[in-house]
Design a protein around this ligand. Structure first.
Ligand code: ATP
Ligand code: MG
Length: 119
């Protein structure tokens, strides 16, 4: 089980969400964030204009997924979120120790909720 922290452009959220639902991953958390990468927030295009600010608005999608689904989710996100310009975002992946569905007490993979194979 792994946690994916997927940082994308706010304008790509709808497309990425659609693609993830299509793939069979309805479980996700969305956090509106600000950040910068290697350009330090400068000279990045936002809504067609150059912004000279320290931080730019991004959306972080958090998904906990089975190990075997990480690759498919990664491919799907890249396809939906990529423009090819700087600031397209990043995907961070880390180990997740456990998950528990509060309603049923299920733990581990069966608490996650969905997978490609159960689409
Ligand atoms: N090393 C990092 N650690 C944590 N968050 C990061 C890191 N790098 C980028 N981010 C987050 O990802 C967002 C998007 O980063 P961005 O796509 O600009 O990365 P980049 O390395 O500058 O690549 P690019 O050159 O394509 O712009 C940032 O606004 C920030 O929120
Ligand atoms: Mg950048």
């Amino acid at each position: 089980m792994k946690k994916m922290e997927i940082i994308i452009r706010p304008t790509k959220l709808a497309d990425v969400k659609e693609a993830l639902l299509e793939l069979g991953y309805p479980g996700m958390s969305i956090v509106r964030i600000e950040g910068h990468g290697q350009q330090k927030g400068k000279a990045e295009q936002f809504r067609g204009r150059e912004f000279k600010v320290a931080f730019l608005p991004k959306v972080k999608i958090e998904i906990v997924a089975k190990d075997e689904d990480i690759e498919a989710i990664t491919t799907t996100v890249i396809k939906a979120a990529r423009t090819g310009d700087i600031g397209d975002g990043k995907i961070f992946i880390s180990e997740m120790v456990n998950a528990v569905r509060i309603r049923t007490g299920e733990e581990g993979d069966s608490a996650i909720g969905a997978s490609k194979s159960r689409k």
